[in-house]
Write a protein that binds this ligand. Sequence first.
Ligand SMILES: [Zn+2]
Length: 249
Amino acid sequence: MAQVQIRFYEELNDFLAPELRKRAFDHDFERRTSVKDMIESFGVPHTEVEIILVNGRSVDFSHIVQDGDRISVYPVFESLDVTPLIRLRPEPLRIPKFVLDTNLGRLARYLRLLGFDCLYENDFEDAVVAKISSEQQRTLLTRDRALLQRRIITHGYFVRAVRPRLQVPEVLSRFDLYRLVAPFSRCIRCNGALQDVDKATIEDRLEPKTRKYFDTFRICTGCGQIYWQGSHYERSMRLVDDWRARGQE
Ligand SMILES: [Zn+2]
């Protein structure tokens, strides 16, 4: 029987059983194991981990754990300078693109409202979501830890908040997206890009009142949905302003 001492830092504790949080604890093991598999055996997805120190030295996920190792596991650092250490995950994807698992439909619509590229279908299978994330270099957003533990996922995030309106600011600050918010540039329904369209071109598709009171329209290049600044727009804009205000707190 071999034993290590292990400690998880900061928000990685969210994933642990309460008695293991915020302290170093001993862990017995028998089989040869990588540090990645050991970390995930505690329910912490590898996509959440940024740095692993073993006996004070940084190692990558493939490190084989030895008897007596002292293991420290750190999440993404927002501001500390960690350049001398091995970063386990590739650099952040430059243009943020997401794929969301089936439980996060409302979040997908909200993020599209803010202009972010979000693939989502309510019948995506887990395997499909994982494949899209890997092949299209899209960050996977999910509340399913098992999904994040799939080996092909390199960029993923476990969304903590349960309520969609609170999930939005969580994702915006985690990925530093506030400066990239571009409301009403993307179709909420299908994720297509919106572009301006002449009223004359689409006039026959408008309800009489809309035709009478509005002159500026945008159209989705994907599904043809028409957008204008009606009452729905105003409600949405209040949400957008609310989220933006949180970014300045
Ligand atoms: Zn559309």
